[in-house]
Write a protein that binds this ligand. Structure first.
Ligand SMILES: Cc1cc2nc3c(=O)[nH]c(=O)nc-3n(C[C@H](O)[C@H](O)[C@H](O)COP(=O)(O)OP(=O)(O)OC[C@H]3O[C@@H](n4cnc5c(N)ncnc54)[C@H](O)[C@@H]3O)c2cc1C
Length: 388
């Protein structure tokens, strides 16, 4: 499809083709098996690290690939088109972990905490949510107390993507509970220190090969040098990082939509009922038309958000609105497309023999994590109405 709103350079085409080839050759053959077992796909994730996919926008001096945001989005879309679980591992590593440290970290922190993660030697995670605080992040309870040159962390964080395998985690805790969200501080937690434990892995509906768990802190001592930003900056850091993360989840949703759509086209052209191809029935054709239109609208929003983030590297401007609109629309489109794809495939859409039911299970999470669709609407409305 031609377009005048974005243009891809040879470098963009190259990263997209590289990610597509890798996803089709290496991930496609194992995706169903890892979805079924819920095991973490160490081998393929390691290879993604070696290819530079785990730190696409991180400068080469810190172990990354030194590419732009559109490159990141294009690569992630291709990975998610084949397997959204590999996609979320890649997205959290790139945007929730690396972006935060790149944006808010001191030089020493970038050298020490970005290089192993961006190069794929270790895995990064991001931990804001707690059992009693999700959408309302300011309601968190975990606390960090200053003790000389250290902080002592205590608390329980939940739903941490990649926590069971992560070497480093950006964790948000209260340093001044009275101030609520203004009293939150960010820390770069090293998982090999005493006082840190990982809870049981969450059994999940979809993205089952990605590992998610609680993390627990019991008098976990961390040098003040591991604090990201200043005391009290945590909420601002968490929200800024989520802007970037939401572009990643929007790309994940776009990839799932495309996979569901392409499978539906092939099936509608092949499957026969009442003496004709099912694609010839208007009821099927209209579904295809709606899927295609919503996918292309999602693509424009996602690439637009990626370009806004890229511009922000020089202007410093926020891209909150672009990211929220892209995530909201792409997520709801992926649920729409996965739902339509199951229907178009009839009984086979419900069978584990095809990946369609996996797309359906995977699509749902894009409407929930990194801010539910309700929260995206809240962000967009507040922005448009000029509310705080
Ligand atoms: C698989 C998975 C992976 C995750 N990974 C991470 C991670 O790596 N790091 C991390 O920090 N968190 C992670 N999360 C947590 C995730 O971001 C939260 O689940 C999400 O933000 C929603 O929070 P909640 O589950 O507490 O729901 P709640 O906040 O309790 O919301 C429940 C319902 O109420 C609605 N609601 C809440 N407030 C409002 C409002 N003001 N207006 C309208 N409706 C509202 C919500 O939209 C939702 O429908 C993950 C979650 C899952 C399921």
């Amino acid at each position: 499809m031609s377009n005048a709103l974005y243009s891809l350079t040879p470098e963009h085409e190259m990263i997209r083709n590289t990610a597509r080839d890798f996803a089709q050759k290496e991930i496609a053959p194992i995706a169903a098996e890892f979805d079924e077992s819920g095991e973490f796909p160490y081998e393929t994730v390691k290879k993604m690290g070696e290819m530079g996919l785990m730190g696409i926008e991180v400068p080469e001096e810190y172990g990354g690939a030194g590419m732009d945001t559109l490159s990141y989005v294009l690569a992630l879309e291709e990975i998610c088109k084949v397997d959204a679980a590999h996609g979320v591992i890649m997205s959290v590593n790139n945007s929730l972990y690396c972006y935060g440290i790149l944006r808010f970290g001191a030089e020493e922190q970038k050298k020490k905490f970005l290089t192993p993660i961006a190069s794929g030697k270790s895995i990064g995670a991001y931990s804001l949510t707690e059992p009693m605080s999700g959408s309302d992040a300011g309601a968190m309870r975990s606390q960090a107390r200053r003790d000389g040159d250290d902080y002592i962390l205590n608390g329980r964080k939940s739903w941490v993507t990649s926590a069971p395998v992560a070497g480093y985690i950006v964790v948000f805790m209260l340093t001044d509970p009275e101030k609520k969200h203004r009293g939150i501080t960010a820390f770069i937690v090293e998982a090999d220190r005493p006082g840190f434990t990982r809870g049981k892995k969450e059994p999940k509906l979809g993205i089952r090969a990605s590992a998610t768990s609680e993390i627990l802190f019991e008098d976990y001592r961390l040098p003040a040098a591991n604090r990201l930003g200043e005391e009290g900056d945590g909420f601002k850091i968490a929200m800024t990082v989520l802007d970037a993360g939401r572009i990643g989840i929007a790309s994940q949703a776009l990839g799932i939509s495309e996979a569901a759509y392409e499978a539906s086209i092939a099936y509608a052209q092949e499957r026969e009922a009442f003496g004709q191809k099912i694609g010839q029935f208007q009821g099927i054709g209209f579904k295809i038309a709606d899927m295609k239109t919503r996918i292309e609208a999602s693509r424009l929003l996602v690439y637009n958000a990626a370009m806004a983030k890229e511009r922000s590297k020089t202007t410093g401007e926020r891209f909150t609105l672009e990211a929220s609109m892209a995530k909201l629309f792409a997520a709801e489109t992926s649920m729409f497309c996965a739902h339509a794809a199951v229907q178009i495939h009839g009984g086979m859409g419900y069978s584990k023999e095809l990946p369609i039911e996996r797309y359906f299970r995977d699509a749902k999470i894009t409407e929930i994590y990194e801010g539910t669709s309700e929260i995206q609407r809240l962000v967009i409305a507040r922005n448009e109405l000029g509310l705080k």
